[in-house]
Ligand binder design. Structure first.
Ligand code: 13P
Length: 341
């Protein structure tokens, strides 16, 4: 069987009514999530958790792609590789290819994402293992004097090199510059920083000859910092987010998928709904949540096989609520039942 081309993968990832499940937590991140629930983090427990997520009945009806971590893409379930197990359900396997963040030398409290060394070879291997798309996350912190132009610039160039290498390898890059929610900054300040970040990222993508038609942007919503005394209504978030994206993201980009970034699952769905309700945007909008898709499922599962079905129901419910949000027709009522599959 020949591998699908980049356009086909993009179209499938942006299938109407479906989103992307980010299940690519690194070892320290999954350990932190498990520890909070007293679940030991071992190769077996991580596999059991991800098998629970990926065997959710009907998952292929609401999820178009799953972002995997390096360990998971190499694991098997019942003699079948995880990428193959997803593919059989019509779900496209993807892979996080960055190697996390490290301190940006000379810049206090700023980070640069690592992982470019050897990336060409790793991409070829991931493609062989079944991946069809990739993800690289850069983080931009907001503070009194942050972010610096240097931090935004270094991360933008790194994202562009990652994207160019992915396309060269026949993999669709998901370019993720995340402006963090940490801090007490206002909604306006987040809009300014997101705007400056996207401007630098698209300038770098252009310089590095990345084909915009065969990439996806993963971004945060424009939000006040989580310690800002004045939190925003969903409508204000939607207005600021859509305005910022319209001003900075070329219409040639086929899709923008949102990360959840630490918002509660219901809040993320409400805001996604408000954003999608605006309408008339040149790109397809969808979700690529990690925590906001998994939280209820993980808390229900807690490492106990007897809880698998209930945890899967929680994941499906959350994904189905987000599916409804993509149409702008989500309401609190949807939380009470199972939105239509
Ligand atoms: P969250 O939705 O939990 O922010 O995770 C999305 C993601 O992929 C971060 O890289």
């Amino acid at each position: 069987m020949t591998a699908p081309n980049l356009e086909t993968t993009v179209a499938a990832l942006l299938s109407p009514g479906k989103g992307i499940l980010a299940a690519d937590e690194s070892f320290p991140t999954i350990e932190k999530r498990f520890k909070a629930l007293a679940i030991p983090s071992t190769a077996e427990s991580r596999l059991a958790y991800r098998e629970m997520l990926f065997t959710t009945p009907g998952l292929g009806g609401v999820i178009s792609g799953v972002i995997l971590f390096d360990e998971t893409i190499r694991q098997q379930s019942g003699g079948v590789s995880i990428p193959e197990m997803l593919t059989r359900q019509g779900i496209i396997p993807g892979i996080k290819v960055d190697k996390g963040t490290t301190a940006l030398p000379g810049f206090v409290d700023e980070k640069i994402t690592q992982g470019l060394d050897g990336l060409r070879d790793r991409l070829a291997e991931y493609r062989e293992l079944g991946a069809r798309f990739t993800k690289w996350r850069a983080v931009i912190a907001i503070g009194e004097r942050l972010p610096t132009v240097a931090c935004i610039g270094a991360n933008a160039r790194t994202l562009a090199l990652f994207a160019a290498l992915s396309q060269e390898a026949g993999l669709v890059p998901i370019v993720e510059p995340e402006v963090l929610m940490d801090g007490n900054h206002t909604l306006d300040r987040c809009e300014d920083v997101t705007s400056a970040t996207l401007q630098a990222v698209f300038a770098a993508l252009f310089e590095h000859r990345v084909v915009l038609e065969t990439m996806l942007l993963k971004t945060g919503m424009v939000l006040p910092g989580k310690d800002c005394p004045r939190q925003a209504e969903a409508g204000e978030v939607a207005e600021a987010t859509v305005r910022c994206l319209r001003r900075r993201v070329p219409g040639a980009v086929p899709g923008i998928v949102f990360l959840s970034g630490g918002q509660s699952d219901v809040t993320a769905t409400e805001r996604l709904n408000a954003i999608c309700a605006v309408g008339g945007t040149p790109w397809t909008l969808s979700f690529s949540f990690g925590r906001a898709l998994q939280d209820a499922a993980l808390k229900t599962w807690v490492g106990t096989p007897a809880n698998v079905a209930a945890a899967q129901a929680a994941l499906h419910h959350r994904a189905a609520c987000n599916r409804l949000a993509l149409t702008g027709r989500y309401s609190a009522q949807a939380e009470l039942g199972t939105p239509a599959r």
